[in-house]
Design a protein around this ligand. Structure first.
Ligand code: HEM
Length: 380
């Protein structure tokens, strides 16, 4: 067994670059090895997997877990952006093994392609209404409000959160970026309030269905946390992917089927560039490399997706294994609906600046990039 090589590049740095420019660290990580060590934002080494086969093995490995209880002892949970431990807050994103599978079983029937297809017309109507509400005579920046409002309106509608609460949801999502713990605490309280509104008597939506499916020992605040996870995860990733998708549609994608455009955009601009943090619960060997217990582990989704030597086949945009994205069907449905509505309702829409002038910012840590602006002339 060998030690993973240490890289000097910082894959967690804040970067601003052109829309087509690859992330500066990805090729260097890949060139260094299949499992490499980089300095983690919260200090100490993080083990990053840059190879597709090893990544898929890690994502089903019983000794590589999500529970933040196994995070390095010196990590400050806030700097590291960690959730509470699984014992403190059971959730899809903190549990492992059988308790995680029980929660997945509760979510699974709600988010299948067939269930999501029932929402297709409503989602199209939301895309149509929000685009029609923009100032079509002038240049609009679709990243300013639309990119956040559209996925949040969709996820609120599907869950049964009343749509007059979308502004509250937008404010709560934005506050999650704050360095001020009190502001983040207020955002979490707002999410709990949104979840409660979807569970009120008479509310119809998937949140109420989820309540009937979850294990009986789950408390009301636990249920609120599950609904928070769906709202926040539904916005965090779909929001940035909208910018890249619309930029491709308006640049050169006029003839490309919506399905292909969505898939290719998610592969090239993976909105979750890394998986969420995982930790080794014991000493682990991966691809001949030794990972001591309590090592933080990430899969480099973006690097693997854009590896020039990658074999044709499914990419890692929505992850793999037991934590595969719950909302993958919903996300793809809403992205495709948007492409269709743009094409049918705004056939003359065009970018107001050359594609090559668009810029993206990586916010640092394990967060993905987002276009800084997307100026569009909807009526040409
Ligand atoms: C383009 C949009 C999206 C992308 C690229 C994306 C990507 C991902 C990825 C990579 C993971 C796995 C993380 C890991 O293994 O550490 C994940 C998990 C998850 N996603 Fe998504 N996601 C998207 C949209 C959504 C939406 C719309 C929802 C809500 C309905 C959602 C809810 C979740 C949840 C709850 C998990 C945790 C699942 C678990 O740990 O068992 N996602 N997502």
């Amino acid at each position: 067994m060998t030690e993973a090589p240490r890289v000097s590049v910082d894959p967690f740095a804040v970067t601003v670059r052109g829309v087509g420019e690859p992330h500066p660290a990805r090729a260097a990580l890949r060139a260094a090895g299949h499992v490499v060590q980089a300095e983690a934002p919260a200090g100490g080494p993080a083990w990053i997997i840059t190879d597709d086969t090893l990544a898929r093995a890690a994502l089903v490995h019983p000794g590589i877990v999500k529970d933040p209880a196994y995070a390095p002892a010196h990590w400050d949970p806030r700097t590291a952006g960690l959730e509470p431990t699984a014992a403190a807050q059971p959730s899809l994103t903190t549990l492992d093994g059988a308790p995680h599978e029980r929660l997945r079983r509760a979510h699974r029937p709600l988010f299948t392609a067939r269930r999501m297809a029932e929402y297709a017309e409503r989602i199209t109507a939301i895309a149509r209404e929000l685009l029609a509400g923009l100032d079509a005579e002038d240049t609009v920046d679709l990243m300013a409000d639309f990119a956040t409002r559209y996925p949040l309106t969709v996820v609120c509608d599907v869950l049964g959160v009343p749509l007059d609460r979308v502004d509250q949801a937008m404010a709560a999502c934005r506050s999650m970026y704050s360095d001020d713990p009190e502001e983040v605490g207020r955002a979490m309280a707002a999410f709990a309030d949104l979840a409660a509104s979807a569970l009120e008597k008479g509310a119809a939506g998937l949140a109420a269905e989820l309540r009937d499916q979850v294990p009986a020992e789950l408390t009301e605040p636990d249920l609120h946390y599950l609904i928070f996870t769906l709202i926040y995860a539904g916005q965090l990733t779909t929001d940035p992917s909208l910018g890249f998708l619309l930029a491709h549609v308006l640049d050169a994608g006029a003839q490309v089927p919506a399905d292909d455009l969505v898939r290719e955009t998610l592969r090239r601009h993976a909105p979750a560039p890394f998986t969420l943090w995982r930790f080794t619960s014991t000493d682990v060997e991966l691809g001949g490399v030794r990972l001591p217990a309590r090592s933080p582990v990430l899969v480099d989704i973006q690097g693997i997706n854009t590896d020039p030597g990658r074999a044709i086949g499914p990419d890692l945009s929505f992850g793999a294994g037991p934590h595969y994205c719950t909302g993958a069907q919903l996300a793809q449905l809403e992205l495709r609906a948007l492409v269709e509505v743009l094409r049918t309702d705004f056939p003359a829409a065009r970018l107001a600046v050359p594609y090559a002038d668009l810029r993206q910012v990586d916010f640092g840590g394990i967060q993905g990039g987002r276009l800084t602006a997307l100026p569009v002339r909807l009526r040409g």
